[in-house]
Design a protein around this ligand. Structure first.
Ligand code: HEC
Length: 169
């Protein structure tokens, strides 16, 4: 009796698993991807990085009340060191993720309204900063040890053509 139940279950289980995979559709994890799928994935990344670039250069007024944008002090994400996070930050007195420093800089030097840490906008801020810092070594310590700052030249948020974005369509 026990044996026949397990056999019956096994016969049912295979089509059920296959049906579940088919039902999961393009979001199910598998490889290799088609050229078209890879292009869609890259387009999504470029879209997020581009939104991050815009936000970094002052596109969301709520993020500042004094006219400063990230780009004024961190042009091309200089000295934001995303590759070093999570790390200990003295102003928090604990180890924090990159997004907490994004919000600290919105609220402190920019006197603006913090982003929802789970928002697509915060993900975009990270996508932009991490994109420009891939491949850099992870080191603890001062910001100056990571990426040199670039002098601010002009304009609100120092908008200019992004250098090293490397994800042009
Ligand atoms: C007025 C200048 C100024 C502006 C504008 C500014 N920051 Fe900063 N940022 C700083 C300074 C100064 C520090 C170093 C703080 C410290 O360690 O005491 C810093 C540190 C950081 C760090 C941590 C870097 C590290 O390795 O410790 C991140 C991340 C960061 N800023 C992101 C941003 C983002 C994102 C924005 C825009 C929302 C922004 N900053 C706007 C001045 C600025």
């Amino acid at each position: 009796m026990r044996k026949s139940i397990s056999k019956f279950g096994g016969v049912l289980a295979v089509p059920a698993v296959l049906a579940a995979i088919v039902a999961a559709g393009p979001s199910s994890a598998r490889a290799p991807y088609t050229e078209e799928e890879l292009q869609q994935q890259m387009d999504s990344l470029v879209e997020s990085v581009s939104l991050g670039y815009d936000l970094w250069h002052g596109s969301k007024p709520e993020m500042t009340t004094n006219g400063l944008a990230c780009g004024n002090c961190h042009p091309d994400t200089a000295a934001s060191n995303p590759q070093t996070f999570p790390k200990y930050m003295p102003m928090f007195g604990k180890v924090v993720p990159f997004r907490d420093m994004v919000n600290w800089c919105i609220e402190t030097p920019q006197l603006g309204q913090a982003l929802d840490v789970n928002s697509p906008e915060m993900t975009a801020m990270e996508a932009y900063a991490f994109k420009l810092h891939r491949g850099l070594p992870i080191e603890p310590g001062l910001a100056s040890r990571q990426t040199s700052s670039i002098p601010v030249e002009s304009g609100k948020g120092f908008p200019h053509v992004p250098t090293g974005l490397g994800v042009d369509k």
